[in-house]
Design a protein around this ligand. Structure first.
Ligand code: UDX
Ligand code: ADP
Length: 464
């Protein structure tokens, strides 16, 4: 087949891998290559066990890999070979120097920019796909504009809005595609070229354009708004527990207002994932940088409520279980930061496990996809941790279950069987409100949901 475009993506992670697989799938006449500094990652992409678990991803990779989708190690050659370069390397929160704990750590990203500059032999379109602080494209342009001779680079911002667990559907049917560019002749031309790629499968009215800074900021703001909804309902859940209201009922009534909408109103142990906290802290840093401390502290409170919600969950376990967890076995159902992913980055389960171990509890962790990542996250913890994929085996002999991830399989477990195998009194802390609490109470559990009254068999409260 005649290759119409040659596309490269630098960074083969949760964003780069799935998004390039979708482009290759939708555009069989384009050649898409993905590179990464981690050879292990590239090898995994070329194997039968992909480094990222995402429903539907295996199938698309199977259909395209080796035909028009390639995972390669030779970054330098690939930069020379390709005309359109997506950059989706990681941009974690900076942990040192100015902006530590807040600003984005741009070292990986800057290295990539310099690498593109060094190895390019022809003009390229360079597209930011990682979430980056506003004005990063400007820095990228500055680095790339030092190119000598006739080579020129056009930098575009094209933030990725897909969510993990639903990535393939989000990539196939996105709410919108946003492309930020300069309004110059060459900027508009590059914008049109990128639009053409997406127009292969996405309706034109969903492909929107803006200036680069608006595009960069939109991604941070979209994530901040989503996280804010979770923190809002979680803050309300604390009030519901005191006021004997039910947060699910409140969320349903509030969400039916079409101006508010019903999505993202599930009270939980708090949001995790690689984006929300990082992007909000990034926004906070920007606000402070531009002399807007009130705006900064407004957004910072979204993160604070998230931490508060996790602490509340721990405090509830401790007080319900007679103020001591020493030597008790707690089974954690779900370690991933949400269902349908093996990703554990910023998962509330990390902090909750840490706190349980600090109370000298024994922790048994179960998860269908995230145990490898969990073991890596917890490698420096002291204390007794066991990893058991089978939830029945994990729960057997435990004093309590703490459900932390909304995996569908946990809705369907035989809780009667589980109850029988546990030490009594048996406790159930549903950190996602996904179980039938009345049914579990009838089975014999003392049930502690989020934002609704506890269902306890004790005549007096255990911490009274
Ligand atoms: C998010 C954005 O949704 C996505 O657009 C962006 O591209 C990347 O960041 P992601 O982090 O993958 O995606 O998952 P998301 O579905 O947004 O969930 C984030 C966290 O919030 C999860 O821990 C989830 O469990 C939690 N959450 C979400 C709740 O606790 N309650 C809700 O109602 C919704
Ligand atoms: P995201 O969720 O944003 O995709 P990941 O951490 O999953 O983040 O993926 C980012 C990928 O980028 C990692 O696989 C990492 O090895 C890769 N990476 C980081 N820096 C570079 C670089 N300079 N060149 C190539 N790949 C890089």
């Amino acid at each position: 087949m005649n290759i119409k475009k040659k596309i490269l993506c630098i960074g083969a992670g949760y964003v780069g891998g799935p998004s390039m697989a979708m482009i290759a799938y939708k555009c069989p006449d384009y050649r898409v290559t993905v590179v990464d500094i981690s050879h292990e990652r590239i090898d995994a992409w070329n194997s039968s066990e992909l480094p990222v678990y995402e429903p539907g991803l295996d199938e698309i990779v199977r259909k395209t890999r080796g035909k028009n989708l390639f995972f390669a190690r030779d970054i330098e050659n690939q930069i020379k070979e390709n005309d359109i370069i997506f950059v989706s390397v990681n941009t974690p929160t900076k942990m040192f120097g100015t902006g530590a704990g807040m600003a984005a750590d741009l070292q990986y990203w800057e290295k990539t920019a310099r690498q593109i500059l060094e190895h390019s032999r022809s003009s390229k379109i360079v597209i930011e796909k990682s979430t980056l602080p506003v004005k990063t494209a400007l820095a990228m342009e500055r680095i790339l504009s030092s190119a000598k001779g006739k080579i020129s680079f056009e930098v575009l911002s094209n933030p990725e809005f897909m969510a993990e667990g639903t990535a393939m559907n989000d990539l196939e049917n996105p709410d919108r595609i946003l492309i930020g560019s300069r309004e110059t002749k060459s900027g508009l031309k590059a914008r049109a070229e990128l639009s053409d790629i997406y127009a292969r499968w996405i309706p034109k009215d969903k492909i929107i354009t803006s200036n680069i800074w608006s595009s960069e900021l939109s991604k941070l703001v979209a994530n901040a708004f989503l996280a804010q909804r979770v923190s809002s309902i979680n803050a309300v859940s604390a009030l519901c527990e005191k006021a004997d209201a039910d947060v699910t009922e409140v969320a349903r009534a509030v969400g039916m207002d079409s101006r508010i909408g019903s999505k993202f109103l599930n009270a939980s142990i708090g949001f995790g994932g690689s984006c929300f906290k990082k992007d909000i802290l990034n926004l906070v840093y920007l606000c402070n940088y531009y002399g807007l401390p009130e705006v900064a502290s407004y957004w910072e409170s979204v993160v604070k409520i998230n931490e508060y919600q996790q602490e509340r969950f721990i405090a509830n376990i401790l007080s319900s279980m007679f103020n001591t967890l020493a030597g008790k076995k707690i089974c954690i159902l779900g370690f991933a930061f949400k269902a349908d992913t093996g990703d554990t980055r910023e998962s509330p389960a990390i902090h909750i496990t840490h706190r349980l171990l600090a109370e000298h509890a024994q922790v048994i962790i179960s998860d269908p996809k995230a145990l490898k990542n969990a073991a890596f996250d917890l490698k420096d913890e002291n204390g007794e941790i066991t990893y058991t994929e089978d939830p029945y085996r994990a729960a057997s002999g435990c004093h309590a279950l703490a459900l932390l991830t909304d995996w569908n399989l946990y809705r369907k477990l035989d809780y009667k069987k589980i109850y029988k195998s546990m030490i009594k009194p048996a406790f159930l802390f549903d950190g996602r409100n996904i179980l039938d609490h009345k049914k579990c109470f009838k089975i014999g559990f003392n049930v502690y949901p989020i934002g609704k009254p506890a269902l306890s068999h004790f005549k007096v409260s255990p911490d009274a």
